[in-house]
Design a protein around this ligand. Structure first.
Ligand code: ZN
Length: 243
């Protein structure tokens, strides 16, 4: 489903990262993996609220058996019901599914399901946050995505830069920025190899490091936005060249 969503965008058929495309175009919580986790838990909260005492007792029993079955990887003989789906979601978020109405977050704080709107809000907010963490952790396993596992990335700087390009009628530049942002481009096959730079004609270790930080040809680019960005690059703390 996520892949189909990406296919339907202008980045369909490119090597852009699905998680990034969805977050960039539709917002941080639009990814089905994020939305479904929050929806599953919210649905459970409403279901639990409707159960009578007898149903609650039975549900508590099912709840105790279910995590063991999920851990054992046992194929459930009956269709996966709301209990299994909810426990599965809780475990994927890294929460502890202590009881049908008592869950522990990955921060060790816990929540007791009552009928308060505030509780529902907390669960949804936490689920949306932690599910995003999972999305980026798995996106980080793809090529050239290292580092994404450390946090939920912000697109604010890119959005700001894109708006600024558009305001200044730099539409091609805005499009290029967007394409880079979602991971459409890959380093070319000479990245990191010694060779002659096509721009400054010097023998260098080719690749993005040289292109951005070292190439003397950069001084010849007169583009206003480029000049401004270059000032930042020059004042940025020293980086280590990736090997
Ligand atoms: Zn060069």
């Amino acid at each position: 489903m996520r892949f189909n969503l990406k296919t339907a965008t202008q980045f369909g058929g490119t090597s852009a990262c699905t998680a990034t495309v969805l977050a960039w175009l539709f917002g941080p919580v639009a990814d089905p993996l994020v939305k479904q986790a929050a929806e599953q838990l919210d649905m459970w909260i409403m279901t639990w609220a409707e159960l009578d005492p007898q149903e609650r007792r039975e549900t508590r029993r099912t709840w105790i058996i279910a995590p063991g079955e999920i851990f054992a990887g046992k194929k459930l003989t009956r269709p996966r019901g709301p209990v299994e789906a909810t426990i599965d979601t809780l475990m994927q978020l890294g929460w502890k599914p202590g009881a049908p109405d008592h869950w522990t977050f990955n921060t060790s704080e816990s929540v007791k399901l009552d009928r308060k709107a505030h509780t529902r809000f907390i669960v949804t907010a936490r689920a949306l946050h932690d599910a995003q963490g999972n999305v980026w952790k798995s996106a980080a396993k793809h090529a050239y995505s290292k580092g994404l596992e450390t946090c939920i990335p912000s697109f604010e700087a890119t959005r700001k830069a894109k708006r600024s390009f558009e305001r200044n009628d730099l539409h091609k530049e805005a499009k290029a920025l967007e394409a880079v942002d979602v991971g459409t481009y890959r380093p070319d096959k000479h990245e990191g190899l010694m060779g002659v730079c096509r721009r400054c004609a010097k023998r260098v270790r080719r690749g993005r490091w040289h292109d951005i930080y070292e190439c003397a040809d950069n001084d010849l680019i007169e583009h206003k936005a480029f000049k401004k960005a270059t000032r930042f690059v020059k004042h940025a703390p020293p980086h280590r060249q990736p090997r």
